[in-house]
Design a binder for this molecule. Structure first.
Ligand code: GLY
Ligand code: MN
Ligand code: MN
Length: 447
């Protein structure tokens, strides 16, 4: 099936979802979604790269400011395509035919003209303004349109929509699949640049070039970490010095296709890397694949996290980094010193997609287990969900050093920790889709 067919079904599904949401939450008969406004740096005339609001991107792959969608049950959705006349910036807006075919496009020069344009859409009857919900950050815009504050981002409606975002349509899965394929080209180029002794900067540029993207088009700041920097979970810098002698590359980098993200991590070694570290990478890869094999519909996501900590505990014992019994290590949460983050998160329009801790569409939430407060996903798995599985094992001085004379010190071989700390750590991350039969790995594909 092509994007065209997928997208038509996606829009049909979204219309049905929004219709249900409006009925279930009451109060509103239509929804107006604003993509957002440019954000200026303080006391500056420069803006940060624009990123459209998630619920806008759910409908339309057009990441531009000041765009507005009108959703009315039973009606072709309306896109107020705002294209200012301007000679300072390029303003041309392009919609692929397969996108435009699903919309009633109303071209406008200024978003301020939308209030008036609302009343003149052929064949569309607009409810009173107090019955239109506004979704978006710029509520000044909504006020200027005449929408009262009760209409701004109503929480019951937003909770309902956030909850539904976890389950993807075939169109969304196709986009995430494509975003994975694109990122894999970058990961291959990054590995080659690392093997050739490239700096973090050179590896990053090799990634961008192979994916054919600009830095600002990545879904999140690429993490390109050589050696000890791999222990910094969201390491954001790119050192320029040669990586000739580097032993380890941890690269966490994705791509975006039609607004949908991939989020992939690989840890690579070189022939001169300490053999124990290479063995750890192999063991972590096997653990990650075994965790993915556990995925099927209807299991609590925290169960995968608990299984991950059991697996890491075994790896710590088998490698000699820790000593004692698995039971004692688990009881004293020793593995959390080596893996302080959650085993994964929902993935979609946002790299950490919304609704991970929601219990239901009514907005009830489920806190993570107290011993694993960083876990972003606490809901149960369901067919159509896409999330990451990303176990890690790191040597993080700020977590380990305070333990050296604490009650858990006896479980840890500190000489081995000191040997491995310059190598940073390991993370292996894939993106998976929950299917009726279990799981599909969207990342482990041949390109
Ligand atoms: N790239 C950020 C993460 O893996 O969550
Ligand atoms: Mn991730
Ligand atoms: Mn990642």
């Amino acid at each position: 099936m092509s994007y065209a067919q997928h997208y038509a079904q996606h829009i049909e599904r979204l219309l049905a979802l929004y219709t249900d949401a409006l009925l279930a939450t009451g109060n509103f008969e239509a929804v107006l979604i604003h993509s957002g406004s440019a954000r200026y740096h303080y006391a500056d005339d420069q803006t940060s790269p624009f990123r459209a609001y998630g619920h806008f991107s759910h409908w339309l792959p057009a990441s531009r400011p000041e765009q507005v969608l009108l959703i009315l049950p039973g009606q072709t959705p309306v896109y107020f395509q705002v294209v200012p006349t301007d000679f300072w910036y390029e303003q041309t807006a392009h919609l692929d035919d397969w996108v435009a075919a699903q919309w009633q496009v109303q071209p406008l020069e200024r978003s301020a003209a939308i209030a008036e344009a609302l009343q003149g859409i052929p064949g569309v009857e607009i409810p009173p303004l107090a019955r239109i919900a506004f979704l978006g950050e710029n509520t000044h815009f909504a006020t200027a349109m005449g929408l009262p504050p009760e209409c701004h981002n109503p929480s019951a409606l937003l909770q309902w929509l956030d909850f539904q975002r976890a389950v993807k349509s075939d169109y969304e899965v196709a986009c995430i699949r494509a975003a994975n394929r694109q990122a894999l080209l970058g990961h291959t180029a990054a590995r080659h640049a690392f093997e050739a002794g490239g700096s973090e900067y050179a590896i990053h540029m090799a990634y961008l070039q192979a994916c054919h993207i600009l830095d600002e088009e990545t879904p999140y700041t690429n993490i390109v970490a050589l050696d000890e920097k791999a222990a910094i979970l969201h390491y954001q810098h790119k050192r320029r010095q040669s990586g000739e002698r580097s032993q380890v590359l941890l690269i966490d980098a994705g791509c975006k296709v039609n607004g949908y993200c991939s989020d992939i991590t690989r840890t690579f070694t070189r022939p001169h890397t300490a053999p124990l570290f290479g063995d750890l990478v192999e063991a972590m890869t096997a653990l990650q694949q075994s965790l993915i094999r556990k995925v099927r519909p209807g299991i609590p996501y925290p169960d995968i996290h608990v299984a991950c900590h059991m697996g890491i505990t075994n790896i710590l014992l088998q490698s000699g980094i820790c000593r004692g019994s698995a039971e004692a290590l688990l009881e004293h949460k020793v593995s959390t010193l080596f893996m302080p983050h959650g085993v994964g998160h929902l993935l979609g329009i946002q790299v950490h997609d919304v609704g991970g801790r929601m219990k239901n569409a009514r907005g009830e939430t489920q806190a993570p287990p107290p011993e694993y407060p960083s876990l972003r996903t606490t809901r149960s798995t369901a067919i159509g969900q896409v999330f990451t599985i990303e176990p890690g094992l790191y040597f993080i001085p700020v977590l380990l050093d305070p333990e050296r004379d604490g009650p858990r010190a006896k479980y840890i071989d500190w000489d081995l920790v000191d040997t491995l700390t310059p190598l940073g750590g390991i993370r292996i991350e894939d993106n998976v889709l929950v299917t009726a039969g279990g799981v599909e790995n969207l990342t482990r594909v041949s390109i």
